[in-house]
Design a protein. Structure first.
Length: 446
């Protein structure tokens, strides 16, 4: 089996923790670690996968859970068996390699774990009860309320009845229910505790994709996410955070505060549009105007706010801005500086390398313009600027005699437009649901 530790920095950190943890079957847990990385990589869910729930997330949760559990063991709040169950459940909590959507389905995870022979062999080798592991994973269902809670809670009880350790033992069942809650909170803390705010924002954008959120609600929903965790699950959240190193706790709380500040900024911007007569203006920028350092720097700054997988020209963005074949429309504010806050940019389809597996019948015919993902500064989404940019760009492409426009968008947004606009799917991409579509510009402007 190929060693991927060099590609996954957290893997080596987990291995170091395992060595110092006192776990007797360290070799067995290292095999589990290798197997997890291998499965995620071979199923296309490695570090390059666009969604939030990739191998990085899986290892982050395993690392944070093990780190917190070992501290609790030191304080004699958990025993060695608890640590081993928590780590194993964390390592496999999103083990859904054949997912149809990015957000893992706990039921699919349980089914995969129970049927995978290699995994069962490793769990048996570690002398762990697979029923308890599945019960812990079921408890990570989110949110743990109402209908989202009912089915996994019932399945947890079934796991407990099948396990010789917990069958007809309410005290043991209660203990593992609490461990499951510990794992659930560690899952949600982990992704936002191992880096600065720029890392956290990138994760938030990926998580938004998993839930098919529009860009306009990313910050709002992120704030709600953290407030729910800190307020509704304050007891367990404090417990997990106190079990982590000071720097990790600080990373998490700094991230929470940064998202709250961004939300305040959004409200101020909305207020200016609503009550201070601030408006958007769109402009088609000439090749001469695009040559200034100020213009390129403004667009590059906005471009850098896009999630990495949507940065389609990562190593040649400035050069593409100056290409005479590139069409650009900018979104500006009606202020004294005519401040640029967004843009729509694209060019001939042949200038782009599409995702693997996408074949456009018009490629090479020079009749199609590709619209890159529309980009706007945080705080300006949801105010109608994206729609304005798309329409102006489409009109510009029409005047340049392009017959078709293609681009990527979330499936739900494409479907909503199909009723009123001349839009068709070209390729539907799973599990991302970030689909490639085409518009006939001669049949109506988008």
């Amino acid at each position: 089996m190929e060693d991927s530790s060099s590609d996954h920095p957290l893997k080596s950190k987990i291995q170091e923790l395992l060595v110092t943890s006192g776990i007797e079957k360290t070799a067995c847990y290292n095999k589990m670690l290798d197997y997890t990385v291998e499965i995620f990589e071979t199923q296309g869910l490695g570090r390059d996968y666009y969604g939030y729930h990739n191998i990085d997330h899986e290892l982050e949760v395993a690392y944070i859970t093990l780190l917190a559990a070992l501290w609790e063991k030191k304080l004699q709040k958990l025993n060695q068996s608890d640590v081993e169950y928590l780590f194993t459940a964390a390592l496999f909590h999103d083990f859904d390699p054949q997912k149809s959507v990015d957000r893992p389905h706990e039921e699919s995870v349980i089914q995969f774990i129970s049927l995978d022979r290699e995994l069962k062999k490793l769990i048996d080798e570690a002398e762990l009860d697979i029923e308890i592991i599945m019960a812990l994973i079921l408890r990570t269902a989110y949110p743990w309320t109402g209908e989202f809670k009912q089915k996994p809670e019932m399945q947890m009880k079934e796991c407990f009845q099948r396990s010789e350790i917990t069958r007809d033992n309410p005290e043991k069942q209660s203990h593992y229910e609490e461990l499951g809650w510990f794992l659930s909170v560690a899952d949600r803390v982990g992704g936002y505790a191992l880096g600065d705010f720029s890392v956290a924002m990138e994760k938030a954008k990926k998580n938004a994709h998993a839930f098919a959120w529009h860009q306009s609600i990313i910050v709002r929903m992120s704030v709600n996410y953290f407030e729910t965790l800190l307020n509704n699950e304050s007891q367990m959240c404090r417990r997990v955070l106190h079990a982590l190193p000071a720097e990790t706790r600080k990373n998490f709380m700094d991230t929470v505060l940064a998202f709250m500040k961004l939300r305040q900024d959004e409200i101020r911007i909305e207020s200016k549009f609503e009550y201070e007569n601030l408006k958007f203006q769109t402009k088609v920028d000439s090749i001469e105007e695009r040559g200034s350092d100020g213009f390129i720097n403004a667009l590059t700054s906005i471009y850098n706010e896009l999630p990495q997988p949507l940065q389609l020209q990562q190593f040649g963005f400035a050069k593409s801005v100056l290409d005479s074949n590139t069409l650009i429309t900018t979104l500006r504010l009606s202020d004294d500086n005519n401040t640029i806050v967004g843009y729509a940019k694209g060019g001939p389809l042949e200038n782009y390398q599409l995702y693997a597996g996408i074949k456009d019948e018009n490629y090479g015919k020079k009749n199609t313009i590709f619209l890159e993902p529309i980009a706007m500064k945080l705080g300006y989404w949801g105010l109608g600027g994206g729609t304005r940019l798309r329409k102006v760009f489409s009109l510009l492409a029409n005047t340049k005699r392009y017959r078709y426009l293609t681009s990527f968008a979330l499936r739900d947004l494409i479907q909503k437009r199909m009723g009123s606009e001349n839009v068709e799917f070209v390729a539907m991409l799973d599990p991302e649901h970030w689909d490639y579509y085409r518009v006939d510009l001669f049949g109506g402007i988008v």
